[in-house]
Design a protein around this ligand. Structure first.
Ligand code: ADP
Ligand code: MG
Length: 485
């Protein structure tokens, strides 16, 4: 073990006392990527550099518990990383409180940029009776401190509610405001950039606002997986389990990323069950509904659908306009309503792009000191607008059509031939032909690897039916209009 101060009188790392040595700054960032934001905030962020003596780097930590934990769990790794940066570092040690003789005054480390996938509050497992020894740990960040890892803009107040997202919004609010667990899990799903992450952060903010001591853990499924794999590799699964199972609220974003990853799913399933059994709130997001998530174990899939499943639909024109107005207002910039309407009309893919467009024109206007006009907007966003022109994707068509006919999106690819699924599939193929530039073979491939003749047949069949069945013709028309807006 490498925790004692090395006796060898070597040249240590040579930081000017009082400054954080470069090696440590780098290693800490490394630790952050390796272990993820949650662990980083719980442990590494609270470590401050103390001194280097005879080749040993000495750090200060706020509590004895932390010292012991870091010594037994992370010291080896920290030393290995430091030694890789600077071979003269031969040992590390951790002490509680100031490093004698004097902990040099440090310039405060600038807070990290707001990061996605982070723990909401440093969740240092403070044991009862284990009050922090001096000095105090870095003050628990307040809500606007980026150190919480939550995006301060992602609040309920900043969320514009419209038809497409009202269910998800109200469900999220319920979770944030209820004293009991209203539904478990809350499962939010929808396409990219429609506000899933925003709502999750908003839940975290709202809960922390009312109950600052609650432990709310937010992270992406990828981070979850990454940490789990690391824990396996470093035989650290106990700490991993403990970290996840001791929270009050667990939020895992973009859970589609663990599809097909069996052991991660297994662990996730157990974590999930453990929390639900203890009546802790779990919030999950994904790009598809539980029943449409592929590569998920059946028992996990069904468990995920036990609570409330709320979807975020693609935005409507009204919602997009509302979002733009609110964002422009928040930035205190006057943007002509013509420009906002133009953007809301043209940029339909997702809210992130919409925001990006607005930011771009505002930045431009500020830089060149000219009023924002429709012309300058068109000029500035030429590339973006072009991309949005060929917007409808086959996936969207499949999703919409499946929704409309109340079948699973998976059935768009399946071999099932029952009329109840075959007909909608034909409609989707037809619309794909009408609304996208894709060739027949390309379309066939997107429908479970079907032959181009099958697509051709579908197109013919739908044309035929439209002539003889009015109800059917109206359905198809409605779908087309919905997909085109
Ligand atoms: P997702 O996680 O679903 O991909 P995000 O939550 O990251 O999407 O949202 C993308 C961007 O769009 C964020 O900046 C978010 O604040 C913004 N956004 C999405 N929906 C809304 C909304 N209804 N009101 C205000 N901002 C929104
Ligand atoms: Mg997201």
């Amino acid at each position: 073990m490498a925790q004692s101060v090395g006796a060898k009188a070597g040249q240590g790392a040579s930081p000017a006392s009082g400054h954080e040595p470069r090696e440590w700054t780098k290693v800490r960032e490394r630790l952050r990527t390796e272990y993820g934001e949650g662990t980083y905030r719980s442990w590494f962020k609270l470590i401050s550099y103390g001194d280097t003596r005879s080749g040993a780097m000495i750090f200060s930590v706020p509590t004895r518990f932390m010292r012991d934990w870091i010594r037994s769990n992370y010291a080896d790794r920290i030393l290995a990383l430091l030694a890789a940066e600077n071979a003269e570092i031969k040992a590390v040690d951790f002490v509680v409180g100031k490093v004698a003789p004097a902990l040099p005054t440090q310039a405060p480390v600038p807070p990290p940029a707001p990061a996605r996938g982070a723990i909401a509050r440093p969740s240092v497992p403070v044991r009862s009776g284990e009050a922090a020894e001096s000095p105090e740990p870095q003050p628990v960040s307040d809500r606007l401190d980026p150190a919480t890892g939550l995006d301060p803009r992602f609040t309920f107040q900043n969320f514009v509610v419209g038809k497409p997202n009202e269910l998800a919004f109200h469900a999220a609010k319920r979770v944030a405001e209820s004293t009991a667990v209203p539904f478990n899990p809350l499962f939010l799903y929808g396409g990219v950039g429609l506000g899933k992450t925003h709502l999750m952060h908003a839940i975290a903010w709202a809960i922390l606002d009312r109950h600052p001591s609650r432990r709310v853990l937010y992270l992406s499924a990828e981070k979850f997986m990454y940490q789990f794999i690391r824990a396996l590799r470093y035989k650290d699964t106990m700490a991993f389990k403990e970290q996840f199972r001791s929270v009050d609220v667990l939020m895992i974003d973009d859970v589609q990323f663990i599809s097909g990853k069996d052991s991660t799913q297994e662990e996730f399933f157990h974590t999930f069950n453990a929390l639900v059994d203890q009546n802790r709130q779990v919030v999950i997001s994904a790009d598809k509904s539980p029943s449409d998530l592929e590569g998920l174990e059946e028992r996990l899939r069904s468990r995920l659908g036990w609570g409330l499943v709320a979807d975020l639909h693609p935005t409507t024109y009204e919602l997009r306009l509302g979002i733009l107005q609110s964002k422009a207002e928040n930035q205190g910039v006057r943007v002509p309503s013509k420009v906002l309407e133009f953007l809301a009309h043209k940029i339909t893919s997702n809210v992130r792009e919409l925001e990006g467009a607005l930011t771009r024109i505002i930045a431009h206007a500020t830089l060149v000191g000219r009023e924002i006009s429709l012309e300058s907007t068109q000029e500035l966003l030429r590339d973006l607008l072009r991309a949005n022109d060929r917007r409808v994707t086959i996936e969207e068509i499949q999703k919409r059509v499946a929704e409309h006919f109340n079948i699973r999106v998976a059935d768009m690819h399946s071999a099932r031939r029952a009329r109840a699924v075959a007909r909608p599939r034909q409609v989707a193929m037809y619309l794909a032909k009408q609304l996208t530039q894709r060739s027949l073979p390309e379309i066939g491939r997107k429908f479970g690897g079907r032959d181009h003749t099958t697509v051709m047949h579908a197109v013919k069949k739908v044309e035929e039916l439209r002539q003889i069945d009015r109800g059917f013709a109206e359905s198809v028309e409605l779908l087309r209009r919905m997909l085109e807006t």
